[in-house]
Design a protein around this ligand. Structure first.
Ligand code: 13P
Ligand code: SF4
Length: 344
């Protein structure tokens, strides 16, 4: 009898947890303000054999406690090879999904389930499926910033680090659909001279940089290099001294002799740029809206507190249906193979 009551209570508690996760994206719990979260996270990591993978767009505290910080390609390579039992993905939902697809036997945690992506949202899989049907002979290359379902509809996945090389790995006369980012697609088309069929999606952070405000900023800082992520619009990219993925931008800031940089991507990367170049100055490129920052509202949903709670409670966990794992794994593995063969 007692056992039955306990089971019912436990089930009710589980339902409440599921409801809270659906509503808020994370389990809210009071944290003792005297706790040193850095120490607690380190302890939990050891206890649970967990690894923390963080994208460059995460807040500085998260970047500082991560075992690996990187761009989308580096993060998928790490997720594929880690021997940890638990992967805490400090990034957005599609990144955690990619980790789960590559390491389905592992537990993948995301500090906040509502850390989504406007670019992934701009390409609903049922509409993309119809779009794809119009070009039956085309190979489908999808940017990793998309849902697992969309990856399952693709032939090869790419990131901004390898998109040019992935397109070039196909024969010149091969028709290619590229999605979901139209700006990255247009840049790749220009760099490769290929005629890509583009899906009309974009990232809310990268599409709002203001050409006018950047022009004025460049006038005030004539020696600054203007560096931009290829998710930016073509008119902004046309002004850039260098275009590249987050890792590409970071490397450029290290290798360049310039002392000032105007940076057109999410502002989180500036933390690593400043750490690597303590004497150089990094200025976030201004967006056209009234908000002065380039923060991605999804990336910045993760906080050190939520990271601590998710490790402690083993929730929220990201799962992907088994059939989608099977179908989405092939195009991601193809990307990893091509990248490895090119030393990327
Ligand atoms: P990379 O770090 O691969 O350049 O991707 C940037 C991005 O938009 C991630 O959301
Ligand atoms: Fe998505 Fe843009 Fe945020 Fe990257 S910066 S996670 S592409 S919304």
């Amino acid at each position: 009898m007692e056992a039955r009551i306990f089971t019912v209570d436990k089930m009710q508690m589980k339902m409440e947890v599921v409801e809270e996760l659906n509503r808020k994206g994370y389990i809210e719990e009071e944290i003792d303000p005297t706790l040193d979260l850095f120490e607690e996270i380190e302890k939990l990591k050891k206890q649970k054999n967990a690894v923390i993978l963080a994208h460059y767009y995460q807040e500085p505290d998260i970047q500082d406690i991560a075992d690996y910080i990187g761009d989308s390609l580096g993060l998928s390579q790490e997720a594929a090879k880690t021997d940890a039992d638990v992967i805490v993905f400090a990034g957005v939902h599609f990144m955690a999904e990619t980790a789960k697809i590559l390491s389905p036997q592992k537990t993948v945690l995301l500090p906040d389930l509502k850390a989504g992506c406007s670019l992934a949202d701009s390409c609903p899989p049922h509409l993309f499926k119809k779009f794809k049907e119009k070009y039956p002979d085309h190979v489908v290359i999808t940017y990793v910033n998309c849902t697992a379902e969309l990856k399952a509809l693709s032939d090869i996945v790419c990131t901004s680090t390898n998109a040019v090389q992935i397109v070039e790995s196909l024969p010149k006369d091969q028709g290619i659909i590229f999605g979901p980012d139209r700006n990255l697609g247009a840049w790749v088309a220009k760099k490769t001279g290929r005629d890509l069929v583009l899906w009309n999606g974009a990232c809310m952070v990268h599409e709002i940089f203001s050409r006018e405000k950047i022009t004025k900023l460049k006038e005030r800082h004539p020696n600054a290099k203007f560096i931009a992520h290829p998710e930016c619009e073509e008119s902004v990219l046309a002004m850039a001294d260098y275009i590249g993925s987050t890792t590409g931008l970071l490397k450029y800031s290290i290798n360049s002799d310039a002392q000032e940089f105007i940076v057109a991507t999410e502002s989180g990367i500036i933390h690593q740029m400043e750490k690597a170049n303590p004497t150089k100055t990094f200025i976030p490129a201004p967006p056209s809206n009234s908000c002065a920052c380039n923060d991605c509202p999804y990336m910045k949903r993760n906080t050190l507190e939520k990271l601590y709670l998710c490790l402690k409670n083993g929730l929220p966990e990201v799962d992907v249906p088994a059939d989608i794992i099977v179908a989405a794994r092939k195009p991601i593995e193809r990307m990893l193979e091509i990248s490895a063969s090119l030393g990327l």
